[in-house]
Design a protein around this ligand. Structure first.
Ligand SMILES: NC(=O)c1ccc[n+]([C@@H]2O[C@H](COP(=O)([O-])OP(=O)(O)OC[C@H]3O[C@@H](n4cnc5c(N)ncnc54)[C@H](O)[C@@H]3O)[C@@H](O)[C@H]2O)c1
Ligand SMILES: [Zn+2]
Length: 379
């Protein structure tokens, strides 16, 4: 005889995602408002900043110190740490280790805070350190890239690369809070800002026709990064990612279905094949174009919708075709994507703008025709 106790645990996460401008300006209360008023004096705080942000905003370190002097909601318990920005901080464990050292030296405990200002890569590496030190110190993310603000920084995951495999080591760990400061995006080169638009188009296509219509109507202004429509696109895209995590039924990705990865199977493969020369945003734009044409050829997507998709991408400054698509080993890329999902293959295809269906098998003949169509039209 054996006995089985069925253990059930439900944990609710509740964290704010704020949108503001100049979060560290002395009179901006957004960040200070995140710290719960504590009877036991100010909370301990350590701060890690992406080197790219420090380069673009040389006064930032001083602003951080001044902010927490003016708002004594938290006490800086160690000097601000600079973390090398970009994928190199995930490539080995040195950035992860440096943030662990910071947490140790600042004597942070589980009730203390780590504030991280940076792109998706620094947020991932530092977030992994925050999640693993003491089994989790409170992480406040301040994403500093467009992709960070509308996608990577508002999610519930972190990771570093290991064994040469992307995101091999990591965890699911919702943050304590996220503060999106639009002013940080002013420091970004154009291609990094544009990357945010690719994710906005992606999520609009699978989830929200009204948002797509809005992006389409403002495509010229978005291409010029006009402040109001650009910030609105970041905010709505972040909101849709948040909604998906909260209501999609699988926040910690136990299943294999990953609708937010629309257009990403070929994007990942092309990024790898070009050793990153084709950036994530540009690769996603090609991937979205490819899977949209496939959806049309498979009889799923109306022609009029495809026409709008293939119009918005170039109008937003993206090339819907890239030579890396020509040499893409589609079978191997799909197989590697399936492995990445774990289990069965699930790919989202479009049935209209704002609606999708999942397929479990790819017709490679059709997929090659889709790639050829893009080459004919856009090469
Ligand atoms: N955890 C998740 O859910 C999730 C989701 C999507 C992507 N990601 C990860 O995010 C990473 C990509 O992130 P990314 O697109 O934000 O790029 P990134 O973090 O690689 O940053 C790109 C470059 O911009 C610099 N930079 C950052 N902010 C800046 C600013 N305000 N001004 C000037 N330069 C600045 C960085 O130093 C870096 O050189 C990948 O590692 C990816 O795996 C994670
Ligand atoms: Zn993406």
């Amino acid at each position: 005889m054996s006995k089985i106790i069925r253990q059930k645990i439900a944990v609710t996460y509740d964290f704010p995602v704020a949108f503001t401008r100049n979060a560290l300006a002395p009179d901006n209360e957004t960040l200070a408002g995140i710290f719960p008023p504590g009877a036991s004096g100010p909370h301990r705080l350590a701060v890690a900043v992406d080197s790219g942000v420090v380069g673009a905003f040389p006064g930032l370190m001083r602003d951080i110190e001044a902010y927490f002097t003016r708002h004594p909601v938290a006490r800086l318990a160690a000097p601000v740490l600079t973390v090398p920005g970009g994928e190199r901080c995930k490539a080995d464990l040195s950035a992860y280790q440096a943030v662990l050292d910071l947490i140790f030296e600042a004597r942070l405990c589980r009730q203390s805070y780590l504030l991280v200002v940076g792109g998706g890569a620094v947020l991932d590496a530092a977030g992994f350190a925050a999640a693993t030190a003491h089994r989790g110190v409170r992480l406040i993310r301040m994403p500093s890239t467009a992709l960070g603000q509308n996608d990577a920084g508002v999610g519930v995951k972190n990771a570093v690369n290991y064994f040469g495999r992307k995101n091999f080591l990591g965890s699911f760990a919702p943050p304590f809070a996220v503060v999106n400061d639009f002013a940080l995006l002013d420091g970004l080169p154009e291609n990094e800002r544009r990357a945010g638009l690719a994710e906005a188009v992606k999520i609009a296509l699978i989830k929200d026709k009204v948002f797509f219509d809005e992006l389409f109507a403002h495509r010229a202004a978005l291409n010029a990064f006009e402040q109001a429509p650009f910030e609105r696109s970041i905010e709505r895209c972040a909101e849709l990612h948040l909604e998906h995590i909260a209501t999609g039924g699988d926040p910690f990705e136990f299943g294999s279905s990953r609708p937010l990865d629309f257009g990403h199977w070929s994007a990942h493969a092309m990024e790898e094949a070009t050793s990153g020369a084709l950036g994530h945003g540009c690769a996603v734009a090609v991937g979205v174009a490819l899977d949209s044409v496939y959806s049309r050829l498979a009889g799923l997507l109306p022609e009029a919708d495809l026409t709008r998709i293939l119009a918005i991408l170039p109008d937003l400054g993206f090339a819907p075709w890239h030579p890396a698509l020509e040499t893409l080993d589609m079978e191997a890329s799909i197989e590697s994507f399936r492995e990445h999902l774990g289990g069965r293959l699930f790919l989202s295809m479009l049935t209209g703008i704002g609606s999708r269906v999942e397929i479990n098998d790819v017709d490679f003949g059709l997929m090659r025709r889709a790639a050829a169509m893009l080459r004919e039209r856009f090469s």
